[in-house]
Design a protein around this ligand. Structure first.
Ligand code: ASP
Length: 309
């Protein structure tokens, strides 16, 4: 039988161990496990990798602990501008949105861009017009308000600083993502984010950019990234992993480790990624202290973790 698997992340970063209370750790683990179970149960019922990654990311977008959907960070204007992308490995079809506001689940809008537009990436007002045409409701800012994230923003809003989703002393990326291999050996990758606190000038990160933060190709792998977006864009990180497999004959693990621990570091970038191939093998690599992450495999492996060990 073709094995199947799903992996998810909820951001990487410098997560100071001493600052994580056991209640908080439990809340993160429970949210990751919930998203994993939702995605895995779709794969178990012969659902597609695309359905599984969208459902897992939707669950993470609905959880305020992560910087995506409901938990999105504040922009310099005190608003929320979200980015998301989805790619399928069989067809290499993709859909993405950038700078959308008031959309509960940007990953679903990205999927609609893939399925119902002739385009790959829609941004800002145009993406919002497309959402309206597809019947999306625009939620009020109160849905996205989170006192903790608001505090993060007010501490830097009068400066030119942009910040990754951080908690005093921590420096973390709360972007969410999922990759899956279904029972037909088809792959998919999905990523969703609120970007960086205090971002302005229409800043777009790597998450919605195909090849940077999100990529899938059945011949190589499906990848979802988290980290300092500008470096992931410059390094074409997700596609770089795929290229090392297709052009250099590397294994999934070798390719991920080379990109995260060599190529990205040479550029000065920090963060991590999750990846899966058509044999349902999974790799999770990060060059930060931790990455919120988890996976489930049809051969019975199940893992949830935050720190390196
Ligand atoms: N990569 C995201 C961005 O730069 C941030 C993150 O991973 O949390 O928008």
């Amino acid at each position: 039988m073709q094995p199947f698997s799903i992996a998810i992340h909820g951001g990487a970063g410098t997560l100071v161990r001493g600052m994580m209370t056991s209640e908080k750790e439990q809340a993160y683990n429970a949210a990751l496990d919930r998203a994993l179970s939702i995605g895995y149960s779709i794969l178990e019922k012969n659902g597609t990798a695309t359905e599984a990654v969208c459902a897992a990311v939707t669950s993470l977008e609905d959880c305020p602990l992560f910087n995506a959907g409901k938990g999105s960070v504040f922009t310099a204007q005190g608003t929320h501008e979200m980015d998301a992308a989805l790619m399928e490995g069989a067809s290499r079809n993709a859909g993405a949105v950038a700078l959308v506001s008031g959309i509960k689940n940007p990953i679903q809008l990205a999927r609609d861009v893939m399925l119902h537009s002739q385009h790959v990436l829609l941004a800002g007002e145009g993406a919002m017009a497309f959402a309206a045409q597809r019947g999306y409701e625009t939620l009020p800012p109160s849905y996205f308000f989170d006192a903790f994230r608001h505090g993060q923003w007010t501490s830097i809003k009068d400066s030119d600083t942009v910040q990754l989703d951080h908690v005093k002393g921590d420096h973390k990326f709360g972007t969410v993502g999922a990759v899956a291999c279904d029972c037909n050996g088809n792959l998919a990758a999905a990523t969703s984010t609120g970007g960086m606190t205090n971002k302005k000038f229409g800043r777009i990160g790597d998450s919605p950019l195909i090849g940077s933060g999100t990529y899938a190709n059945n011949q190589t792998c499906a990848v979802s990234c988290t980290g300092s977006g500008e470096f992931f864009i410059r390094g074409n990180v997700a596609y770089d992993v795929s290229c090392l497999i297709s052009y250099a004959g590397k294994s999934l693990t070798e390719a991920c480790n080379e990109v995260v621990h060599k190529h990205l570091i040479a550029l000065g970038g920090d963060g991590g990624l999750i990846a899966v191939n058509a044999q349902a093998e999974i790799t999770m690599a990060f060059n930060t202290e931790g990455m919120y992450r988890g996976y489930r495999h049809s051969q019975g492996y199940h893992f949830i973790g935050i720190y390196e060990n």
